[in-house]
Design a protein around this ligand. Structure first.
Ligand code: ZN
Length: 277
């Protein structure tokens, strides 16, 4: 396995056109902070001129490099950057120059897509934007922008819902019209399906009716807490789903945990297996 491949793996870079120098990493002072900097190069033959679209030929020639300092997700607690030399080309057909593109980072941006994804994922945790900004070594404004870009066009798949759902609510932003927001997840995997800013029933009803009937009918159980106002909503929107009160959900988790422990103990002591069983 080449060292290029290993470093791409370490940095979670999919673009195989990026290769690394022999001394691929060093510590550098960046904006006054000791940081890990990786040195790479992006080069490949483009299919056509980015400016005029002329198919690549000998009139499109290499024209030096443009170096970008790209912010990567932290490694070992260090701020991490990729200093990437991107190949430039000059097109004799249209007399313009262009710089090669890579999936690592958007055009004219110095924050890697991986960092943006990491910020967006963090936004789903109960953590403030200010803390996310600190953690990723970016400005608060960047965090807001990234979150907006990820979630404004986030459209859940209205033709699919997990079989087992869990409804919950949480206090979100001050501007949320209903003061509390609604969140629902796959109760088996714990993965968040979506968040609805306003948890009032008429809003939720409208929201869930956007899902196809087939998707809603496929939902088998919905976990809610004991004093939930969601019962009428579920009966109306998820006629085939069984309502599971959280009390039982807790018991279920409890019994699963007990079972797990019991199996662990049994496995440790195979001789007395039958006695514990
Ligand atoms: Zn051109």
């Amino acid at each position: 396995m080449s060292h290029h491949h290993s470093i791409r793996n370490l940095l979670n870079i999919k673009d195989k056109n990026i290769t690394f120098d022999e001394n691929f990493c060093a510590e550098e002072l960046i904006k006054g902070v000791q940081s890990k900097v990786f040195y790479g190069q992006l080069t490949y033959q483009p299919k056509a001129c980015y400016a005029c679209g002329h198919v690549f030929d000998d009139q499109i020639i290499k024209h030096g490099f443009k170096t970008s300092l790209i912010k990567m997700p932290s490694i070992s607690g260090f701020h991490t950057y990729l200093k990437l030399r991107k190949q430039r080309y000059f097109c004799k057909h249209c007399h313009s120059t262009f710089t090669l593109k890579t999936s690592v980072v958007a055009k004219n941006c110095c924050i890697s897509n991986n960092t943006k994804v990491s910020i967006a994922l963090n936004a789903k945790d109960k953590i403030s934007e200010k803390d996310i900004a600190m953690k990723h070594n970016v400005s608060h404004a960047t965090v807001s922008r990234v979150i907006d870009s990820f979630y404004s066009y986030y459209q859940p798949n209205v033709h699919y819902l997990p079989k087992h759902l869990c409804f919950d609510e949480f206090k979100s932003v001050k501007s949320a019209a209903g003061a509390m927001s609604f969140i629902f997840c796959d109760s088996e995997t714990g993965e968040i399906v979506d968040i609805v800013e306003d948890r009032r029933l008429h809003v939720l009803k409208e929201y869930f009716l956007r899902y196809s009937k087939k998707a809603r009918d496929a939902v088998k159980t919905i976990v809610i807490d004991m004093y939930s106002p969601y019962i009428s909503l579920i009966q109306e929107v998820f006629p085939k789903a069984e309502i599971v009160l959280d009390k039982f959900h807790i018991l279920q988790l409890f019994s699963r945990a007990l079972n797990k422990t019991r199996i662990n103990v049994m496995n440790r002591d195979k001789k007395n297996y039958n006695k514990i069983n």
